[in-house]
Design a binder for this molecule. Structure first.
Ligand code: NI
Length: 133
């Protein structure tokens, strides 16, 4: 893709905030930081506007508790059009880490994530949103 250059005018304070972002995320330069911010914003808009998007749902749970593996599978089957793949890792003797790759309407993915993360006994869960492009 062709790269175009453009001039940006920023207040000194905003520029130093940009540089802090570059440092914090270890971006190679300011351009990469701006790219990151634009993409983040675009993804957020796509989710708000309920477009076709992609993402991953990460779940951490104790498989001894409340039959969580079966519950998780049952919920995922209700969303079989959205679930692309599931990776189940036996993290420790008791703890399982599940990552579910998903694609579909933002609202369906959010519903699915809420149901999975909301299961009783889930230690931690998070939906990471990304776009199809
Ligand atoms: Ni396991």
């Amino acid at each position: 893709m062709a790269i175009k250059r453009f001039g940006v005018s920023l207040e000194e304070k905003v520029l130093s905030q940009l540089d802090e972002l570059v440092k914090k995320h270890q971006f190679p330069n300011r351009s990469q930081a701006i790219r990151y911010l634009i993409k983040e914003h675009q993804i957020e808009d796509q989710w708000k506007e309920n477009e076709e998007v992609a993402g991953t749902i990460t779940l951490l749970f104790d498989h001894h508790k409340r039959d969580l593996s079966n519950q998780s599978t049952k919920i995922q089957h209700d969303y079989h059009h959205q679930v692309l793949s599931v990776q189940h890792i036996h993290l420790t003797h008791d703890t399982c880490l599940e990552t579910v790759a998903v694609k579909g309407k933002a609202s369906d993915l959010t519903d699915l994530a809420d149901k999975l993360i909301g299961m009783k006994g889930i230690k931690h869960g998070r939906l990471v949103m990304t776009s199809l492009e």
